[in-house]
Design a protein. Structure first.
Length: 597
């Protein structure tokens, strides 16, 4: 994607099912690998927690570290390593018998559960206080709770009100804090209930079925998307996914460990296992690991329903790493599917077209485009397609110039351009991107840079359909006015735009905005987007090509199942999505840039 788009967070959890898994800091090392391999999913903050299997009274039952510095993951991984070194040094003096091996760095403490998180901020400040895991402290281990997740809620205010109505006084509105406290309340209620049913027992021990009920009651009124991992102070671990499966979640279990992560390749790399060994956590289900290491699965939908799966399409297009075999194949298919539209938009013979892409996330789709090009086009000595890397983003480029005109000039040089590949005045330049969301970088940096090469025509091709609607399940694009596809619609509606949009929010929540988009053809919409993206003084003609929703669905591996494509179609999986859409329309009419949820 040519512009930064903040998005999903990452979770990781390692549970040692046996007290003697391996020598050294096995759990800490594996957690560090899982976080490192998912660094693409969160760079605003990081956190990790480690739970002891049998904490001694007078000592903390868990170790925790959080950071929201400029290098949060470096901080947390360093703290994990430092913690391991300190324990190893201490125990090297306590255990000097020849041949003795330690099963973990904490000796008799027997650390069992390792929980980590990487954060992209969609709620709250970029501050360590908002980093996961969140903690509910209690002097009772079975009431102590740590929670981390990749989630976004559309009804955070309603859940806040519910928590207050239960008699609590929350000291934060952060969604992670709120979910933790709500679950802690339900956890405490389950323990109290069991204690009443079994008088005389000093400490209630819940079962997986009990925990399933706790999760179900906690999430019964939650509207949104989630992949949650957590643990209690007495050694229970759990992971659960939203009923529609919007957010991804995968697990791996063997005799020694149970592992959960947001992406399959992270588990494969950390534990050196094949793809088929890593399973997808079923939507609406939870994985539980008891203090004794037993693994169970349970349905946590409070009403017993099983909604239609709606996994987020953007995971396949952009967010997840392409070293997952399925995602790699899908992205290649997305590039290949664009070829007919691209060739039509160029209006030029193959020998006068130069193909490239915006690095780096569109590279795999570009490979698919090239493969289809070489298969489909008749090749002669004079018509071999030309392609190359025309633009490279300068990752170290920074500017702190205060003067606006100078800052705009520097902004044009965020990318380094490769001269001498495009023939000035003759070639049509095709550039593949994996999505065009706001269009600011495209207009202010990329297109002026490409125009300096002197192409006759520039075709910008997006392997994703146009983003016409706000997202509220994790992706940071809830403001309609910043979406270039929506701005194009407003222009096409002309003087009637405000009246038409106002009519969309005077009725009950429905995808009525779809009716406005349907008045115009895809060609008309793309032409207006191209006009909006074209900067002043542009010499080359600009055209824009988008993937169709139909082609997108055909390219995805699970195309036989419904796809979560609400940002393209307006078909939201939960009532909260339509509420957010109407709020976003009202904010646009009120000229407000406030988040819509």
């Amino acid at each position: 994607m040519s512009e930064e788009l903040k998005h999903e967070c990452a979770v990781a959890m390692v549970v040692l099912r046996k007290a003697t898994v391996a020598a050294g800091d096995f759990g800490g090392t594996k957690l560090s690998l899982l976080l490192e391999k998912q660094h693409n999913r969160g760079q605003d903050g990081a956190g990790a927690a480690v739970l002891s299997g049998n904490p001694e009274p007078g000592t903390p039952p868990y170790w925790i570290c959080k950071s929201a510095s400029a290098t949060p993951l470096v901080d947390v991984l360093g703290a994990i390593a430092k913690r391991s070194d300190s324990f190893s040094h201490k125990e090297s003096k306590e255990h000097k018998e020849e041949g003795e091996k330690l099963c973990d760095p904490c000796g008799e403490r027997q650390e069992r559960i390792f929980l980590g998180h990487l954060r992209y901020a969609t709620f709250g400040k970029n501050d360590a206080a908002f980093c996961h895991p969140f903690v509910h402290k209690s002097s009772c281990l079975n009431r102590t709770l740590l929670l981390a997740g990749n989630f976004n809620l559309t009804d955070n205010q309603e859940l806040f009100d519910d928590y207050v109505a239960l008699g609590h006084h929350p000291d934060s509105r952060a969604d992670g804090y709120l979910l933790t406290q709500l679950m802690a309340h339900q956890l405490g209620a389950a323990i109290d209930d069991q204690t009443l049913r079994t008088p005389g027992r000093p400490a209630a021990r819940l079962t997986a079925a009990d925990f399933s009920g706790v999760l179900g009651r906690t999430l019964a009124n939650a509207d949104g998307a989630w992949m949650l991992c957590g643990m209690t102070g007495d050694g229970w671990a759990f992971a659960t996914r939203d009923p529609h499966g919007i957010r991804p979640g995968f697990f791996y279990v063997d005799d020694n460990v149970a592992v959960v992560a947001s992406e399959r390749p992270a588990i494969q790399a950390a534990f050196d296992v094949p793809p088929e060994a890593v399973k997808e956590l079923p939507p609406g289900s939870a994985l539980f690991v008891s203090p004794g290491g037993e693994v169970e699965f349970a349905d946590v939908c409070a009403d017993g329903s099983r909604p239609e799966p709606r996994p987020c399409a953007f995971e396949r297009i952009y967010f997840s790493r392409a070293n997952d075999a399925d995602i790699h194949r899908e992205r290649k298919a997305l590039g290949a599917a664009l070829l007919p539209q691209i060739l039509k938009a160029t209006g030029a013979p193959p020998e006068d077209i130069f193909f490239s892409y915006i690095p780096n996330s569109a590279r795999i789709a570009f490979h698919g485009l090239l493969e289809e090009l070489f298969k489909s086009c008749p090749l002669t000595q004079h018509s071999i397609p030309r392609f190359g890397e025309i633009a490279v983003k300068d990752a170290k480029f920074r500017t702190f110039i205060a003067d606006a005109a100078s800052r705009r000039e520097f902004y044009k040089h965020v990318y380094d351009v490769t001269y001498g590949l495009v023939r000035p005045g003759r070639d049509t330049l095709v550039v593949l991107d994996d999505s065009i969301v706001r269009g600011n970088t495209m207009k202010n940096a990329i297109l002026p840079m490409l125009d300096r090469l002197g192409p006759k025509r520039i075709v910008i091709a997006s392997s994703a359909p146009p983003i016409r609607y706000p997202d509220c399940y994790g992706i940071d694009m809830s403001t309609l006015g910043e979406l270039v596809a929506f701005r194009a619609l407003v222009n096409l509606l002309g003087p009637d735009a405000e009246r038409e949009l106002r009519a969309c929010v005077t009725t009950a929540p429905s995808p009525s905005l779809c009716n406005l988009y349907a008045r115009f053809t895809d060609a008309e919409h793309c032409a207006e987007i191209a006009r909006l993206l074209t900067p002043p003084g542009m010499k080359a003609e600009v055209a824009v090509v988008y993937q169709t929703v139909g082609s997108l669905r055909q390219c995805l591996s699970n195309s036989q199942l419904p796809i979560g494509d609400w940002y393209f179609t307006g078909d939201y999986p939960t009532p909260g999505g339509y509420k957010v859409l109407h709020t976003a329309i009202r904010h646009y009419l009120e000229k407000s840039n406030e988040r819509s949820y």
